[in-house]
Design a protein around this ligand. Structure first.
Ligand code: CA
Length: 364
């Protein structure tokens, strides 16, 4: 009896163990069979359809998210003007007209003065420095804080690398050559030009070619060889000046409506984060490769590629430095962001002086 009781008890125990094992095995299978919520999101952008570089990056983000989520998060990309105008992307995401946006932070500087420090500054950070600051130097936390009052969650999502100084039909030999120069250049670069005695003309991409061709403007900058060649600017300008002092990099942003973001399960949030990070690097790689190829074509077309004289660059740097300080001083949030970024960039550049720049200087 005693032995039978023990066996019976053991049997119950074994059965219980088997049942528990069975439940453990069947639990994930049951979850997989349960219908999972799918999300269909709109992504408004500031770019023409399939625009080289940045527009291709927006399409890549949508494709990656669709693929990685097995179709649970589907993103439809809208070109500028399809759903909202190019410069209303931030507002559209903020109010939830679209769950996602792809644009450039400095477009919102009128509404969010601190935004430009996550995007581009004259003589400011290159892509490598911006990425280090954003992802490992506290920049992202500040960016999230700056966009929080608008119900928008930001991610870095593409970078141009060093732009060019632009297309000119007048030679730039001294700082006096900026006096009276009518040039299309936005943002703080434009502010510097104004302080140098020039006249800033703001034009969207589609109007630049004609304005330069007809002489309505004397000069324009756009992005770099890859995008500039696509606009055909080499056909209407004599000189192509480097380097892009006004924008040593532009970082693009993915913006997510905060309520929409909070509605996503953690695995889909991770997919959005990973896809943004992938596109952030991929757009820069694309620009680096295609800019070089496009510059070879521009030279082959007979355009004179010139470097701005060093004394001109030195004066531009002085004026730009003051313009950045004035811009930061005009807004407390911008001032806080710039103080943090400036201190971090100083440390990065001290390190570059000791290492990276030495290689560039000697390798040719
Ligand atoms: Ca530009």
């Amino acid at each position: 009896m005693k032995r039978r009781d023990i066996l019976a008890a053991a049997g119950v125990g074994l059965a219980a163990t088997a049942l528990a094992g069975c439940q453990q095995e069947s639990a994930p299978a049951a979850a997989a069979e349960a219908p999972q919520q799918t999300f269909t999101w709109k992504m408004v952008t500031s770019w023409p359809k399939n625009f080289p570089g940045v527009g291709v990056g927006a399409e890549r983000f949508a494709r990656l998210v669709n693929e990685m989520s097995g179709g649970r998060l589907q993103v439809k990309v809208y070109a500028a003007g399809e759903l909202v105008p190019a410069l209303e992307v931030f507002d559209a995401v903020s109010r939830g007209t679209a769950e996602l946006g792809h644009s450039a932070p400095y477009y919102w500087k009128g509404k969010v003065p601190a935004a430009q420090f996550f995007c581009a500054l004259p003589f400011g950070p290159n892509a490598q420095e911006m990425n280090a600051w954003l992802h490992y130097g506290g920049g992202m936390a500040l960016w999230e804080e700056v966009y929080k009052p608008f119900g928008v969650v930001p991610f870095a999502c593409g970078a141009t690398g060093v732009q060019t100084a632009g297309w000119f039909n007048k030679e730039i030999n001294s700082i006096d050559d900026f006096k009276g120069l009518k040039m299309r250049t936005p943002g703080l670069g434009g502010e510097v030009l104004t302080r140098m005695g020039g006249t800033v003309v703001n034009l969207p991409a589609g109007e630049i070619f004609t304005a330069l061709q007809t002489g309505a403007i004397d000069a324009t900058e756009w992005i770099g060889p890859y995008n500039d060649l696509a606009l055909g600017l080499h056909k209407v300008a004599k000189y192509y000046y480097t380097p892009g002092w006004q924008e040593p990099n532009v970082t693009f942003e993915l913006t997510v409506n905060e309520a929409a973001w909070n509605s996503l399960p953690a695995d889909l949030q991770a997919i959005v984060r990973a896809a943004a990070r992938d596109v952030n690097g991929d757009v820069l790689d694309d620009y680096n490769a295609r800019n070089m190829e496009a510059m070879e074509k521009i030279r082959a077309e007979g355009v004179e590629v010139r470097r701005l004289p060093e004394p001109v660059l030195e004066r531009l740097r002085e004026v730009a430095s003051q313009a950045v300080e004035d811009s930061a001083a005009a807004d407390p949030v911008a001032g806080k962001v710039w103080a943090a970024q400036k201190a971090y960039l100083k440390r990065l550049r001290d390190y570059a002086e000791d290492n990276e720049k030495l290689i560039y200087n000697i390798r040719g």
